[in-house]
Ligand binder design. Structure first.
Ligand SMILES: Nc1nc2c(c(=O)[nH]1)N[C@H]1C(S)=C(S)[C@@H](COP(=O)(O)OP(=O)(O)OC[C@H]3O[C@@H](n4cnc5c(=O)[nH]c(N)nc54)[C@H](O)[C@@H]3O)O[C@H]1N2
Ligand SMILES: Nc1nc2c(c(=O)[nH]1)N[C@H]1C(S)=C(S)[C@@H](COP(=O)(O)OP(=O)(O)OC[C@H]3O[C@@H](n4cnc5c(=O)[nH]c(N)nc54)[C@H](O)[C@@H]3O)O[C@H]1N2
Ligand SMILES: [Mo]
Length: 768
């Protein structure tokens, strides 16, 4: 396996996000995928009413879309699904599974779309074609031979609501809540923190809020790469003079300047050296995981300034009327925050008090602030505390439940939020189990299921016997790779419902099945005609999506059809669960969802066709707080010592951040260019500050091994990483996900939410 494409080249990127760079980067992928002409045509239907919903990120789609309502990375994802390459039976006749294990993540996916169901044949170590019914029967029989709780039904966040609803129903009818999802590795820290503080598990911001905001905070989210369509809202706000404050240990050039590829003037200007607009007005680089101390510092400044203002008879800095009417726990919170000293706050955050004053000063002046964040907050030991503190900062000035203000977790997969809302969750209390029992006449499992960390530990311990994946690539995405892979091979059963080959197909169980499905861009023809599916964006708005392209192969089935096939082979017949009827007409699946939760989904089949989509009710947006106290809760962190696993830090121990490049979607590696960061030709790199390179006696380009610092007797290493000088906070280093996952211990995860703490792994650098 290699993460390289020739030799490493590091250049300083002096362009801006968007613009010609993104057009060139996209062109390269389209040519390679063999569809240079049909991709652009199809793209005009992306994120449009009557068209299909982008398969890349979950950012919101405007009611009045731009002519090209897509971005470089959304277009890459579409081109990837439209690849002309196919994996047919002869592919496996040529390659054994053992041989394919040496291929890179990129090469595996580039082999093309899977075309027919397959079964692993132990005698020849090859996948061989099989019939759909044979596959369903084989999997059903294997699952019936084990206890329901020994099986895991993972969902990766891309499948639409209809498939996701059927997937959770299949698992629960079978008798388990083992329904982990990608959100367990991602925004689970938000899903825990937001209900406790504001009574909803999702953000409160809608697209129109960007027009009314006069201050935008972006903490730990790499917009230009991971939700590039948001650049349009940010660009528009920046042109109005709205301050945009970025908090990120790394300099992300894509967050500094933007050229709008939709605007000929901007593009022409880009060619001539102008045309790019600033995005960030302030850029602060804390230590990785230093956000908690920073947020405490900001709240402390606001409290102090409020005291001073009121003593001097000036207008208050805090929104006291809001706090009195809507909040709970303010006094205790304020006392706790005042108790922290500046020396500790500066040391823990890595930012000076002056820097904190600059941020707080801007925030204190603003009428309406948006708090936008991503993995930089959630993937830490203190991930839940981080989100609670960002909420607290917003509450202090009443920045929730009014135009232009609110909290905005930027979700990952295009339907990860929707999947959770149709009850893909290991937490039984989040699913309407009573209503399901009444409607389908069964006894639903009530025990908590396994989350992603639970699956990692269960597979390693041998208590999990079967893993079924609706999308995704768990062998690469989960932590603890070196213990996980050998254990994964001992699993009695692995089943992959996927579009492309990845490492989880090769590191497989003793019985292994591949069930290839349609992509969302493809026409989904069922008994009742071509079907429409629905996906929910980061702002809790649900959109219809209609496939437009002919299926990549005639034997592919839709995800709902595959799940129904599995269900019928596994479960006893139940007259109240009409698998065939539902698959024939997805309107009927949506009717089921609406019947189980009318408050969210009443008139589902009608409302999705409204201009702008169907907004799911969000009480916090209306300042109704569905928390235990009936108010929005101020929650202070227990301490600032955010990461006990970092005890040995200092000297040779560094904090490793694992993150995404511009040429990947999670474990799908489109190419080896990280355009904005100027790193080309290799992903086998470790980004380090010049002072750390010098301090540790290293040289740029030198190959090093990273080793996790932990005293649990396990050696975790990633060799052959080239040192790249990069502008990031000293003491912090960065490498790519998934290449660095072998360094992440399964126990190094956020308290409460169990999100692997992928943004601060204690490591040391070994030479060679
Ligand atoms: N093109 C593309 N789009 C994607 C994805 C993709 O892989 N490719 N993945 C999708 C998915 S599933 C997700 S979850 C999202 C992820 O989108 P993001 O949330 O943007 O995730 P990352 O790229 O992992 O890291 C985000 C940023 O956090 C910063 N960071 C790291 N540690 C810290 C910290 O301690 N504090 C602060 N303040 N910042 C920190 C990093 O430098 C980086 O810029 O994107 C989604 N969209
Ligand atoms: N160290 C470290 N680890 C991380 C992270 C990190 O930042 N650092 N990020 C975490 C995060 S935020 C996430 S979300 C997870 C991601 O983890 P996963 O969701 O498990 O991984 P993906 O790479 O998104 O899954 C890609 C695969 O999905 C399949 N696929 C693509 N399209 C479709 C489709 O339409 N239908 C179906 N059924 N299958 C499809 C393809 O076969 C493809 O190979 O990784 C997590 N792991
Ligand atoms: Mo994610």
């Amino acid at each position: 396996m290699t993460g390289k494409d020739g030799t490493l080249q590091v250049v300083s990127y002096d362009g801006s996000s968007g613009g010609w760079g993104s057009v060139r980067s996209l062109g390269k992928i389209m040519r390679r995928e063999g569809n240079p002409l049909s991709v652009p045509l199809l793209l005009t239907q992306q994120n449009k009413p009557g068209g299909f919903s982008c398969v890349s990120c979950a950012w919101a789609k405007p009611a009045t879309p731009l002519l090209f309502e897509f971005c470089e990375n959304g277009a890459k994802a579409t081109a990837w699904d439209m690849s002309s390459a196919r994996i047919e039976a002869d592919f496996f006749a040529r390659h054994t599974v053992a041989e394919l294990e040496h291929w890179s993540d990129h090469a595996l996916e580039q082999a093309g779309r899977l075309t027919e169901p397959m079964r692993w044949d132990a005698a020849s170590d090859r996948y061989v074609p099989t019939g759909w019914q044979q596959a369903f029967d084989g999997i059903g029989a294997a699952l019936r031979g084990m206890a329901p709780d020994q099986a895991v039904f993972y969902a990766s966040g891309r499948a639409a609501n209809e498939a996701a609803f059927l997937w959770q129903l299949l698992a629960r009818l079978h008798g388990t809540n083992n329904l982990p999802d990608s959100s367990n590795m991602c925004h689970e820290s938000s899903s825990v923190a937001l209900p406790k503080t504001i009574g909803v598990p999702v953000g409160t911001v809608r697209l129109e809020d960007f027009e009314h905001s006069d201050c935008i905070l972006i903490i730990g989210q790499n917009t230009a790469v991971n939700s590039p369509r948001m650049l349009h809202q940010l660009d528009e706000a920046a042109r109005r003079g709205v301050p945009i404050i970025v908090v990120n240990p790394l300099r992300e050039p894509g967050l500094e300047r933007f050229t709008n590829p939709q605007s000929p003037a901007g593009m022409l200007g880009g060619m001539l050296g102008g045309g790019a607009h600033r995005i960030a007005s302030q850029y602060h680089q804390p230590r990785a995981g230093g956000d908690l101390a920073l947020l405490v510092g900001l709240c402390k400044l606001l409290l102090e300034w409020d005291d001073a203002a009121r003593a001097a008879g000036r207008p208050a800095v805090l929104d006291h009327a809001f706090i009195a009417e809507h909040c709970h726990g303010f006094e205790v919170f304020a006392a706790s925050i005042r108790g922290h000293g500046w020396t500790a706050l500066e040391r823990q955050s890595g930012l000076s008090r002056a820097a904190m004053e600059q941020i707080a000063g801007c925030y204190a002046k603003a009428r309406a602030t948006l708090g936008i964040y991503g993995m930089g907050l959630t993937q830490h030991r203190a991930g839940v505390d981080n989100v609670q503190m960002l909420v607290a900062l917003l509450l202090l000035r009443g920045n929730l439940g009014r135009p232009g203000a609110g909290i905005c977790p930027v979700r990952g997969h295009s339907n990860v939020q929707g999947q959770r809302a149709v009850w893909i969750t290991e937490k039984p209390e989040l699913a309407p189990l009573d209503a399901m029992e009444r409607r389908y006449g069964f006894t639903a499992p009530r025990e908590k299921g396994l989350d992603a960390v639970g699956v990692t530990q269960g597979v390693i311990a041998g208590t999990v016997q079967a893993v079924l994946q609706l999308g995704g690539n768990l062998v690469r995405a989960l932590p603890e790779t070196s213990l996980l892979e050998p254990a994964w091979r001992r699993l009695p059963l692995t089943v992959m419902v996927t579009t492309r080959l990845n490492r989880s197909h090769l590191v497989h169980g003793r019985a292994a099945w591949l069930l290839p499905c349609l992509s969302r861009i493809e026409i989904d023809q069922q008994a009742g005609g071509p079907q429409v599916v629905t996906v929910e964006d980061s702002t809790a708005v649900i959109h219809p999506s209609r496939g437009m392209r002919s299926p990549a192969a005639p034997r592919l089935r839709s995800e709902p059809a595959i799940i129904a096939g599995l269900a019928k082979a596994l479960l006893p017949a139940n007259p109240r669960v009409d698998w065939d009827g539902w698959v024939g007409d997805y309107d009927r699946i949506r009717q089921e969802i609406a019947a189980l939760h009318p408050a969210w989904y009443a008139n589902y089949n009608q409302r999705i066709w409204r201009k702008g989509g169907m907004a799911r009710a969000n009480p916090a947006r209306e300042r109704q707080w569905q928390t235990e106290t009936g108010k929005a809760n101020f929650l202070a962190p227990v301490g600032l010592d955010a990461d006990p696993d970092m005890a040995a830090e200092g000297g040779e121990v560094l904090r490793l951040i694992t993150l995404r490049s511009n040429d990947q979607f999670n474990t799908t590696i489109y190419g080896y260019d990280d355009r904005f960061r100027g790193i080309h030709g290799s992903r086998q790199v470790v980004m380090m500050h010049a002072t750390d390179i010098a301090r540790l006696g290293l040289t740029e380009g030198q190959a090093v091994t990273l080793e996790t610092v932990a005293d649990d007797g396990v050696t975790r290493q990633v060799p052959d990483l080239a040192v790249v000088r990069y502008d990031l906070t000293p003491g912090c280093i960065a490498g790519y996900f998934p290449e660095c996952n072998p360094l992440l211990p399964a126990w190094h995860h956020a308290r409460e939410s169990h999100v692997p703490a992928a943004k601060a792994i204690p490591v040391r650098v070994l030479r060679g």
